[in-house]
Design a protein around this ligand. Structure first.
Ligand code: G
Ligand code: G
Ligand code: NA
Ligand code: MN
Length: 253
């Protein structure tokens, strides 16, 4: 309860901030995307990671307001980068199941318009739990988002319980191999088999595939050999504040 009222205040006081973690294409080593990750800058406690307040925000419904702020902030930042003439990349925003409502496509469209941000700059990361709700309703929302030119990726792939048949029924562009599988590469044969199978399934379905949580060159080599398209993880960069991200982008990437 204390953290809930604290989070409500944090929203009003501008204590939320976004960090940005780059995504790289394996074949070209080019930065092709980034994931926006929210943090709470609590004056008393310092930086509070999302793992400590997103679950609470989801169970209380506050995630809707948090999500509105995140989309707004991410688009504002991407528009600055677009206008600064940085090489274009897709900025991904995490969207929880409770935010995935019929009003989302219109809000996304309005936000893009407000910042004059091209839709090719935006991607939404959803999880399998979002897909397990009413099929017709979820498909309609995804189709509307897709029609705007905004990409959709399936986060934490392989950890959920839904049927694989959704991969052909929903307009998904990219699968994100969950960090828990990447961690076991190359030592754990099961994790290697799962990651390799996700990559080949994605290829055969015409989807892009990215591995998250890549920390070692051995993991990178395995993923390259498997044919994985992109990687994200500490091997390349931790999530960074906007200034640091932009500086690295100009200097290194
Ligand atoms: O940054 P970190 O690895 O600590 O993030 C932990 C979790 O919080 C991840 O599962 C991530 O998807 C989630 N998360 C981070 N930012 C957001 C956000 O803006 N919205 C939602 N819904 N989840 C987020
Ligand atoms: O649930 P989601 O996939 O959105 O979570 C992404 C989270 O993973 C972010 O909070 C980010 O900080 C974290 N992360 C990103 N790269 C790495 C990595 O290489 N190793 C570890 N341990 N965590 C990572
Ligand atoms: Na994510
Ligand atoms: Mn993930």
């Amino acid at each position: 309860m204390r953290i809930e009222s604290g989070l409500r205040q944090a929203l009003g006081n501008g204590e939320l901030i976004l960090y940005y973690q780059p995504k790289f294409e394996i074949g070209t080593d080019r930065l092709v995307g980034a994931e926006a990750l929210v943090r709470w800058l609590d004056p008393a406690r310092g930086i509070v990671p999302p793992g400590e307040f997103i679950p609470l925000a989801e169970s209380t419904g506050l995630i809707v307001q948090v999500g509105e702020w995140v989309l707004e902030q991410a688009c504002a930042q991407a528009a600055l980068w677009q206008r600064a003439g940085l090489p274009p990349f897709r900025l991904a925003v995490n969207v929880s199941a409770r935010e995935f409502t019929a009003s989302l496509p219109a809000r996304v469209a309005a936000t893009l318009a407000r910042y004059r941000l091209d839709a090719s700059w935006l991607e939404l990361e959803i999880t399998e739990s979002t897909l397990m709700h009413d099929f017709g309703r979820v498909t309609a929302i995804m189709d509307d988002i897709h029609r705007l030119g905004v990409a959709l990726s399936l986060d934490d792939f392989g950890t959920g319980y839904s049927s694989l048949s959704y991969l052909k029924r929903f307009p998904i562009d990219t699968l994100k191999i969950d960090r828990s599988f990447t961690t076991g590469i190359p030592g754990d044969p099961s994790d290697c088999a799962i990651a390799g199978t996700i990559v080949s399934m994605a290829q055969q379905l015409g989807l892009r595939v990215i591995a998250e949580g890549v920390e070692t060159v051995e993991q990178l080599s395995f993923l390259r050999e498997s044919g994985c398209d992109e990687v994200q993880g500490y091997l390349y960069s931790k999530p960074l504040p906007a200034d640091d991200f932009e500086r690295s982008l100009r200097e290194n990437w």
